[in-house]
Design a protein around this ligand. Sequence first.
Ligand code: DAH
Length: 345
Amino acid sequence: MTQEDIRQVINAVQALDAKTAKEVEEARVRFLGKKGIITMLFEEFRNIPPEDKKLYGKELNMLKQQAVAKINELKSIAETNFACEVSIEDLSLPGFEYELGSRHPVSIVRQEIIDIFRKFGYDVAEGPEIDDDYHVFGALNFPPNHPARDMQDTFFVSTGHPNPLLLRTHTSSIQVRTMESRKPPIRVICPGRVFRNEAISARAHCIFHQVEGLYIDKGVSFADLKQSILLFAREMFGDDTKIRMRPSYFPFTEPSSEVDVSCNICHGKGCNVCKGTGWLEILGCGMVDPNVLEVNDIDPNVYSGFAFGMGIERIAMLKWQVNDLRHYFENDLRFLEEFNTAVEV
Ligand code: DAH
């Protein structure tokens, strides 16, 4: 074997042309098979005098690498050609089936809530998922030692600071950011993802979604709040839906209330979904506490307002009678496909 022999084989490899998978395989056997040209050169390598071995070894290895790369390239071209030939060979063959995706049920309900409040004149506002203690708690009238700031509920990003960063536990923080950047009248709806340090179960998750609402103007009253929630509930759950308000407590509203809707399954008669009560809780709300207005530079002697907050998964569970919150996070297609028909095209 001379260097010239090797060079000739290199040229032959570079000039290789094979169109079909069969031709490619033949070329492979011719060059790299057990009795192939390159394999034989390696056999001859044994007889090369030791002082030339280094030079010949390097060239042979390069040749082999080039041949393997060339064969692989021809092989993939042949496979692509084959696929093209097959697909145009018979145009009457049935096409490939594509699975159509659909919107996630949480996104569907989120959009529905936004659409309802848009009709009432609300804009959409957003805020950061990583926020600070001031915007999530402080400016919302949470006393410094309120349990909601406790490590058990909140995922802290940084501690040891007077205003630590944390994952927001509710979308009420967007109220604060809105009051900072706008002057009344304010009418916003704030959808977003929230995080709580809770064990995952059928009724609780560490990540879920909320929609917050805020309306501030001169002369806003509790009656306005009640009417807005009633209209929302009827749009969401049906015209015959009734609501009831129960007194409650939130640091940022005074008075505060929790709202139930009449059970959309038994229509108030009592069933296992409403645990025999005929009512289902949908949201928390109240009149914005004057302290919150003041902290955010809005004069409580001139303006008043109401706020409300609801869990999107909770509304979706009630709307579609889903009894386990975890379904919304597991991406099981059998569950998600049930909502295909709910997509507006
Ligand atoms: N932020 C409350 C929560 O996460 C929900 C809420 C209750 C929001 C009452 C409000 C409200 O705006 O007025 O549980």
